[in-house]
Design a protein around this ligand. Structure first.
Ligand code: ADP
Ligand code: ASP
Ligand code: MG
Length: 616
């Protein structure tokens, strides 16, 4: 007999018929000898409706009252689902988050789960009842017992956290699509079902816009090794398994906040090639990385900073032994780019830097916690380490620094994040994942394709700060300030070009933030400009971020080239590029986002022969 947590999303409980179908499925699961805890979302689009209602009476609704309001949606569905189960003869009881004892931080509208009491649920299960729990909500530990919510889409997180706390055999997430698909079928109907995906890939996809799973749910599944499957509540098809590595033992106290960083990784054997002043028009990145792929040069990080005039800079890192080859490719392309030069003084130029190192912090717990990256930058600043390039992903922040600073950087990061030295992290051959969790499917040479999924995020905005001083501590200041306001940053790019301002070298730094945070971030950074000595802060909200994700791209040249070529062929200009080991993200104009998603999905041959029908 297994203990199963089943979570049903809004559409799956959107009508009486759907609720009856849910009740039937639950009864069937119980009849085959299992104990079932059901977690439900609010019916249909109830939560959207409640949000709208709040904004009809207030421009800036109080977050405590917002939680009070939004938590009602789930309270309706648990009662109705319980009644439907009882009607089928199945004993059942509904419980709110507070009644269960889902204890969270006192952070309204985005609370993290600290602890889950399991006693009451277990008691009801022992009485052969199905326990129907309200997703998305919790209660604070303070005497006031305030109702909190976990953030939109948070019922997935409630379900996986309950599965972890109850040591359930597995957690099933029932939704309106057949499982995790290569992309959103509402935008690309020929998206295909993925049988299984590693949690690292899913963490990236979820945070880059694939709404099918809440990223924090994937984080908990990974941390506690909860077997997780996403399935359709319309069919009996098997769905998609999210594969977690064997977790390190971890306490269930401070469930979502215990450890933000698991690993400090480094690679001391890198070199950087920068192409300065390349024309800012479609096709340039495609041409450069197309040639690099043809020469079989494996590139690690790629960044393209925002344009300056009509040109921008593209930089990439490679392992030192292939630097000569990489440089030769860049040098061969430079004259071609020069011939396309846009203004007199804007000549493409290749710059090579040897003796650089990449240091990274890795861990699923940095999701939505901007303070973690800020702490990394502050730690490096205190150690007097200048950051040359930053690359971020949901589960990793990497900084390119001088080779001479590497040991100092690692020692200070280990002590700041209390990570013991782990022999496994010493420089790995480049063809192997440096990520200890990339050990499940999709390793190089595995049958899995290098790109598992493509995601589109239309909820981001880009900020650029001009003339930021190029010295240790700058990133720490900027991202420390943003962290104070709880603003999470996704892509971060520093321009390669350096300008002297009053005898101090300066660079531009651009990054993306959630669009709802953008205005506040711009105001705050502008106010700090005089004190910190940076220039204008420019905001562009009309952007889209399109990303490809796959653990199989590690050690496989040509993935970036394919993505850039697909965009170039459709005349889509790339405004920014960043990569991590398992993802490549490009910022394009907002109106080109959907098209970009579609052409990239096609370019990687991800389309299936049958269209996915999403229930209305
Ligand atoms: P639920 O209410 O069941 O939690 P959501 O609306 O939160 O459902 O998530 C399911 C939706 O996620 C799908 O209807 C689909 O439009 C969207 N989606 C985005 N990316 C993907 C993807 N890669 N695979 C599957 N669905 C996706
Ligand atoms: N009902 C909540 C929302 O719409 C939580 C969820 O559905 O996961 O965001
Ligand atoms: Mg959802």
């Amino acid at each position: 007999m297994a203990l199963i947590v089943q979570k049903y999303g809004g559409t799956s409980v959107g009508s009486v018929e759907r609720i009856q179908a849910v009740a039937q499925r639950v009864c069937k699961t119980v009849k085959t000898g299992n104990s079932v805890v059901v977690v439900v979302s609010a019916m249909g689009k109830t939560t959207d409706g409640l949000v709208k209602l709040a904004y009809e009476v207030s421009k800036n609704p109080n977050s405590r009252e917002m939680d009070m309001l939004l938590s009602t949606g789930e309270q309706v569905s648990i009662a109705i689902v319980s009644m439907a189960l009882q009607e089928f003869g199945q004993p059942a009881i509904s419980l709110t988050g507070a009644q269960v004892g889902i204890v969270t931080e006192a952070e309204h509208t985005r609370a993290r789960i600290l602890h889950i009491e399991t006693e009451r649920i277990k008691r009801h299960l022992n009485q052969n009842k199905v326990v129907v729990v309200a997703g998305f909500q919790g209660i604070t530990r303070t005497e006031e017992l305030e109702i909190t919510t976990l953030g939109r889409g948070g019922s997935d997180t409630s379900a996986v956290a309950l599965a972890a706390a109850l040591h359930a055999d597995f957690c099933e997430i029932y939704t309106d699509v057949p499982g995790i698909l290569t992309t959103d079928p509402r935008l690309v109907p020929e998206a295909q079902l993925i049988d299984e995906i590693t949690c690292n890939e899913m963490l990236e996809l979820a945070s880059l816009g694939a709404k099918v799973l809440h990223p924090r749910a994937v984080e908990i599944a990974r941390n506690y090794g909860v077997p997780l499957v996403v399935r359709s509540s319309w069919t009996d098809d098997p769905g998609t398994w999210v594969i977690s590595p064997t977790p390190r033992p971890r306490s269930l106290v401070d469930l979502e906040i215990a450890r933000s960083v698991d690993e400090i990784e480094f690679d001391a054997n890198q070199a950087k090639v920068s192409m300065l002043r390349v024309p800012d028009k479609p096709g340039v990145a495609a041409r450069l990385f197309g040639e690099i792929a043809r020469q079989d040069v494996d590139v690690d990080l790629i960044i393209q900073s925002i344009h300056e005039g009509n040109t921008n800079d593209i930089a990439f890192t490679v392992m030192t032994p292939i630097l000569k080859k990489a440089e030769a490719v860049a040098q061969a392309i430079a004259p071609v780019l020069r011939s396309q030069k846009v203004t007199e003084n804007e000549e493409a130029e290749v710059m090579v830097q040897q003796n650089i190192a990449k240091v990274s912090i890795a861990g699923a717990g940095m999701i939505g916690r901007p303070g973690v990256a800020a702490k990394m930058f502050a730690t490096l600043a205190e150690a007097g380490v200048n950051i040359q390039m930053i690359s971020t992903s949901e589960i990793k922040v990497s900084c390119v620094i001088s080779h001479a600073d590497c040991d100092r950087a690692i020692a200070s990061l280990r002590s700041a994040f209390e990570i013991e030295e782990d022999k496994r992290n010493f420089t790995l051959p480049h063809s192997q994942p440096t990520d200890r969790f990339a050990n499940t499917p999709s390793l190089p040479h595995s049958p899995h394709p290098p790109v598992r999924g493509v995601a589109l995020d239309l909820k981001q905005a880009r900020l650029a700060i001009r003339q930021v001083q190029d010295r240790p501590g700058t990133a720490a200041k900027i991202f420390g300030l943003l962290a104070q306001y709880n603003i999470s940053v996704d892509m971060i790019i520093q321009s390669q070009r350096c300008h002297m301002m009053n005898g101090v070298p300066t660079r531009d730094i651009a990054f993306t933030v959630a669009r709802i945070d953008a205005q506040a971030a711009q105001n705050m950074l502008q106010q700090a400009a005089a004190e910190y000595g940076w220039g204008e802060v420019v905001l562009d909200s009309a952007i889209a971020k399109v990303s490809v994700v796959g653990a199989g791209m590690i050690g496989q040249p040509g993935i970036a080239a394919t993505m850039f070529k697909a965009l170039a062929q459709h005349q889509i200009n790339i405004q920014m590029i960043t990569t991590s080991e398992i993802k490549i993200s490009c910022v394009v104009a907002q109106e080109e986002g959907v098209k970009a998603l579609q052409v990239i999905h096609t370019a990687f041959g991800l389309a299936g022969s049958q269209n996915i029908q999403v229930p209305a």
